[in-house]
Ligand binder design. Sequence first.
Ligand code: UGA
Length: 327
Amino acid sequence: MNILILGADGFIGSHLTRRLADMEGVSVNVVDKQFTRLQAEHYNSECLDISEQSIEDLVAVNDVVIDLVAHANPSIYVKTPLDVYNLNFKVNMDVVELCVKYDKRLIQFSTCEVYGDHGFSDEPWNEDTTPFLLGPINEHRWIYSCAKQLLERVIHAHGIENDFDYNIIRPFNFIGHDIDFLPSLNPAGNPRVFSHFLESILTHKQFKIVGNGIQYRSYTFIEDAIDAILLVIFKGESKEIYNIGNPGNELSILDLMFYMREIAGRFWDKDAFDIPFEFVAGENFYGKGYADISRRVPDVSKVTSLGWDPQSDVFQTLYKSMRPWFE
Ligand code: UGA
């Protein structure tokens, strides 16, 4: 099976590429606009920007296309919402249309953000029954969710009208040591929460807790997530959407900070226990247009029915994600 991975050098793409490349009967072809995580020379790779260069020839000669190209960081949704619309909808739409044209199977990465914000509801989010509840236009964080939602709807429509063969994956807070970058190494950027908390620990700088810290996420260790993605690739049912996330690893952001501080203090640096924290308003941290999501817990019955059984609990997930930074 020839698999084309777009956005292969990203956090998810690089872990997925390494696992696929080791499998018998699979030939992996990888595309990204830069290679910083993967060693490009080890793979059949093309360094190109799919928003500027055509990938028609590549789609035509592969059996499956996995599309991971996206902005996936809330600070970008707030700062440059048009970039988010352009990349996450328009550029991805071009990929969808090529897959339809050449009759190729598409595995499209979407997001848990499509569900929006359901407050602190106890109901896990189901792929096929949960409605999408987004905020007003002036909360432009939601452009990300909305762009991904429209992309999903167009893919679904191609499934109905053109018998298009696809799967959509909605990741829930995958985490690993190389998820983003330390904020001090890229002052123009603003990574996801794990990298902020990690930098506070490494530099003994005060943690910043956005809002009151009582917003919840379900953290999923990257290798467990890759297990689930592989099941979707090789056993997934055509035209199905799959949540991938570990509902057993739900944490408030305040507890995420306490856990990370505790792990660092116990294993590598006892002074980490004393690092203080402060609360900051979302608008001050991200800018105007930010909105938060109270709680997100996936219903994973569909991916579990394919045989998924995540192995890493909260402690293992955080310990394994932090350890490479201290060794
Ligand atoms: C993000 C992306 O939007 C999704 O696309 C992506 O699918 C998702 O992560 C994911 O990883 O699956 P979110 O969880 O809100 O969504 O992103 P983070 O930046 O990791 O923020 C998590 C929470 O921590 C937010 O409530 C944020 O306000 C808070 N936060 C962030 C802090 O309290 N302190 C910080 O220093 C940074």
